[in-house]
Design a protein around this ligand. Sequence first.
Ligand SMILES: *Cc1c(COP(=O)(O)O)cnc(C)c1O
Length: 356
Amino acid sequence: MLMPRFRAILDTMPGYRPGKAVVSPDGRSYKLSSNESPYDPLPSVVEAIAAGAREIHRYPDPAAVRLVRALADRYDVPAEHIALGPGSVTVTQQLLEAVGEPGVEVVYAWRSFEAYPLLADLAGVTSVRVPLTGEEHDLEAMAEAITERTRLVLVCNPNNPTGTVVRRAQLTAFLDRVPADVLVVLDEAYREYVRDDDVPDGLDLYRERPNVAVLRTFSKAYGLAGLRVGYLIAHEEIASAVRKVTIPFAVNHIAQVAALASLAAESELLERVDRVVKERTRVREALLAQGWEVPPSEANFVWLRLGDRTAAFSEACAAEGVAVRPFHPEGVRISIGDPEANDAFIAAAEAFRRSL
Ligand SMILES: *Cc1c(COP(=O)(O)O)cnc(C)c1O
């Protein structure tokens, strides 16, 4: 029987599988699987959303002029250097579509953000994955992996899911080796959680180098994961290419007003980030005390390299009502939540350790 035909690459992609609800026998449920903010939205942000709701019979501003202006002022960059998208994952997709055609290569570390290979496949570009050394980017090997077919290099800093960072000296030495016609994208989704002073702010590097772009998001530190707003800051030719491949009206009106209100409430939101960072230290120290190896994390999660115990560990957590994120068969990423959720996770990890 004849059937509609699709791109062959789709056959290699998993379809959507709904996650199982994770609840303990006594009804407790903690979601530490998606690196979200554990805090409810700020009242000022909810108010802005409610006011915005009264305007949704109109199309959103396609250029998001007010939000772009606010970001340009916040980071002291020209408005033309900003490209918005519905989440920075979508901005990454736009970047890959802007560079992608058959034969083009994109270089990134592996393991890193799980969206990269899927987006690269969809854009029709070839992924060149450079293994981590230990839990960190191997920037030497990444520089060596660049060929005349390479158009884009992704550096996830801090890296999802390992939480490890690339430091200033390593990164500038790497950038010095990258040809000027290769775009280096610094994915800084977790920038606000970084406390190591040796980790460069990607925006300083972008200011010095025309082939460096920075990705940021409102999903994590700013607590707007459900509304989908992310952005790129890069020199005008790059930002303009990304804007060209945007779906019209991609960032909706509610998302625009909520992002604006979040920028206005930034100091309150960054206090919450501080609390998450303190909890990150507490969780890591508790795990170390139990005997686990935990790489230092500069993000809002920790990473346990569990190998073939990955599934058993995540199932043991689920039985205690704690949803974590397994990457079979490498390890488990656990988001930092509120103290109660973190305590539940620490207890589950301890019980698992004792059962070994
Ligand atoms: C969470 C995350 C993002 C942000 O995704 P949004 O689409 O903005 O929600 C981007 N990059 C990495 C590495 C992430 O972990």
